[in-house]
Design a protein around this ligand. Structure first.
Ligand SMILES: [Ca+2]
Ligand SMILES: [Ca+2]
Ligand SMILES: [Ca+2]
Length: 226
């Protein structure tokens, strides 16, 4: 009877796993490599230009580098009958979509008045500098006219307004190409009520009004995560 009791106890302990291993069902799954990576957003401005031979200098700009086109340097000023262009190629070189906006200002200077400008043209009490009033401009974005048309130039003030109104979505790697074309007609005129040069309502002026005048366009391009 005692021997039977011992045998039963050993069997019971074995059943509980005491003093040995017990194989059961099991399974293992993993979740390693949970990773968080920030995207990139970077605007690059490449500048190109065309103009009268020997009368323009292009600084091509780049990533973090100011670019511009200077027409009529110190020794080679512009005269009526000339034209040119500035091309801004703006690219989001990052991976994150952004919205492109612009801030543009125009500074117009008289730079003194010689006898033809002051006496013959009567540039006495006008705004400072008139070059911006009689130089026609066009602006396109990816080939679509924002100012002027295929046949007519428009006003500088409209060009500045158009730049400041830009709000363009730009996916990663996307580009926008803006082209500013300008023309100083051989016979200068005002735009007239339709705000376009080369139309019937243009207003004749004395070309000497723009002697020595200059204008500067400053533009800042901003790409913001969208
Ligand atoms: Ca002047
Ligand atoms: Ca003037
Ligand atoms: Ca007109």
């Amino acid at each position: 009877m005692k021997l039977l009791s011992i045998i039963v106890t050993v069997v019971a302990l074995a059943a509980l796993g005491v003093g040995g291993t017990l194989a059961v069902f099991s399974d293992v799954e993993t979740s390693t490599g949970n990773t968080f990576s920030a995207g990139t957003l970077n605007l690059v401005n490449a500048v190109a230009g065309t103009g009268p031979v020997g009368k323009f200098v292009v600084t091509p700009g780049g990533d973090g580098i100011n670019g511009n086109v200077v027409f009529g340097g110190d020794a080679v000023k512009l005269v009526p009958g000339e034209s040119g262009s500035i091309t801004w190629t703006l690219q989001n070189t990052g991976s994150v979509p952004g919205t492109l906006t612009m801030a543009a200002t125009l500074t117009s200077l008289e730079n003194g008045k010689n006898e033809p400008e002051l006496v013959a043209a009567g540039d006495v009490a006008d705004p400072a500098g008139e070059l911006d009033l009689y130089m026609g401009v066009k602006l396109t974005r990816d080939g679509t006219f924002l100012v002027g048309s295929a046949t007519n130039f428009g006003k500088w003030s409209d060009l500045v307004s158009a730049l400041n109104a830009q709000s363009e979505s730009m996916a990663g790697s996307a580009s926008r190409v803006y082209v500013l074309s300008w023309s100083l007609a051989l016979d200068l005129k005002g735009v007239g009520p339709d705000n376009l040069f080369g139309t019937a309502d243009d207003v004749p002026v004395d070309d000497n009004l723009v002697q020595s005048d200059s204008l500067t366009l400053d533009a800042t391009f901003t790409l913001t995560q969208s």
